[in-house]
Design a protein around this ligand. Sequence first.
Ligand code: KIV
Length: 272
Amino acid sequence: MPEHIKRLRAPDLIEKKKRGEKIVVLTAYDATMARIFDAAGVDCLLVGDSLGNVILGFDTTLPVTLEAMVHHTAAVSRGASRALVVADMPFLSYQVNTEEAVRNAGRLMRDGGAGAVKLEGGRPVLDAVRRMVEIGIPVMGHLGLLPQSVHQLGGYRRQATRGEDARKLIEDAVALEEAGAFALVLEMIPAEVAGEVTAKLRIPTIGIGAGPFCDGQVLVCYDMLGLSQGFVPSFVKRYADCGEQMRQAVERYAREVREGRFPTPPPQEAKA
Ligand code: KIV
């Protein structure tokens, strides 16, 4: 890493909230994109288990393994110089018991080079969060729509829309902060609920489909760059149409190869 670049760490995001600075988070899955996003000034690169959908072609995040997460986290860590790299803990890597959760989080830090891990849920994961924080592993929480629970939730739906559910979510958010989480992703919940959580917590909230009152925002990079195929959530803003640009570039390449225009023929040698 160049010496003049200061790597952001978990406490820096809390400092940003204190200063009222918005936090920019984007998912990344490989070194090339990590390098580009880092150079663009993204504060935090989340190696999301959404890689199951956008990179590996699965319907859900459930088939993503710890090995896949370590592999992609290591690539992102190699590409990033300044951004904090947060690795998602995949399904079944932290839910079975605290000991396994800590060991798996440790692998994402030791072998993946992550600066923090993220896991989904509230009360059921508090013991794991406490233990990780106790031994020096920064943890980002994740409430609202929990993609790893899609089968139980009945689909990718907005959460905490009823008063009782919103109250539970706010209690979970406070409990995660008390357990030592340094930040909290809020996914697909009403903006007012996200605003209430944000006002209550000392740690920053990072919204995705949760309105403008969060301390930061995260998007799946393939969605905002126009690379995702099929369903894209309605809250996503598309900042580029890279998929279409790539298709056109590849079509031009194919045409030029077929027509013998690439590579360009060498200049005719001058006849003596
Ligand atoms: O896996 C992921 O990309 C995520 C974000 C949607 C927050 O968890």
